[in-house]
Design a protein around this ligand. Sequence first.
Ligand code: BEZ
Length: 211
Amino acid sequence: MSLRLGDIAPDFQAETTQGPISFHEWLGNSWGLLFSHPADFTPVCTTELGKTALLKGEFEKKGVKVIAVSVDDLDSHNRWVPDIEEVNGVKMNFPIIADQDRNVATLYDMIHPNASEKATVRSVFIIGPDKKVKLTLTYPASTGRNFQELLRVIDSLQLTANYSVATPADWQDGDDAIVVPAVSTEDAIAKFPKGVKIVKPYLRYTPQPNK
Ligand code: BEZ
C-alpha cells in the first residue's frame, strides 16, 4: 500500500555509504528528506546527488537531514561516489542507502511496475520530527528534481507547523502568508500583530510571522 500524508514513515535498518543506520534513530528529532534514485551510474542521478551535496548546508540550516536510496549494493555506491564528486565538484556529505534487497523501496512504494519492473521512480518523502510523512512527490526517471523547490516546500511546511498559516501559489520565503480557514478574522487580527489583509472573508493575508 502506498504511503499517505500523515502516515508514520516506516522504520528500517540499512547499510549506507556512511555506515549502518536505523532510520528513525538516525532521524532523531530532525526533519528528514528521503529520496530515491533509479540506479547507480546513471546520468540524471549523478547530477541530483551532486546538487544535494552542494545544498546540504541549506537543508541543515532548516534542521533537515538528507538521505538517498537506490536499489544497488554498497560496493556499487562506493564505486559511483567518486564520479559524483568529480562531475559536481563536491564531496559526498550525506548517506546513500544500499537497497539491493528492495526493502526500503518496497516499504515506501518506490517501484512502480508500469514505469519499470526493477528500478525505483524518483520518489521524495519529507518527514517531520514526529516521524510523520509531510510531503510526497513522484517524478519519472527521466526528470531530475528541482532541489530549490524542495527547500521552498520545507520552508512552507515548517511555517505551517509553527504558525496558523498556509502559503499561496508560488510563495517564496519572505512573502505574505495566508491565515488558515480555521482561524476567524477576529482571532487572526489578535494573533498576527503585523496585520491582516482581508481580500475575501476566506482569503486573508498576513506578513510572514517568523520574519
Ligand atoms: C538517469 O538516472 O539518468 C535515468 C534513469 C533512467 C532513465 C533515464 C535517466
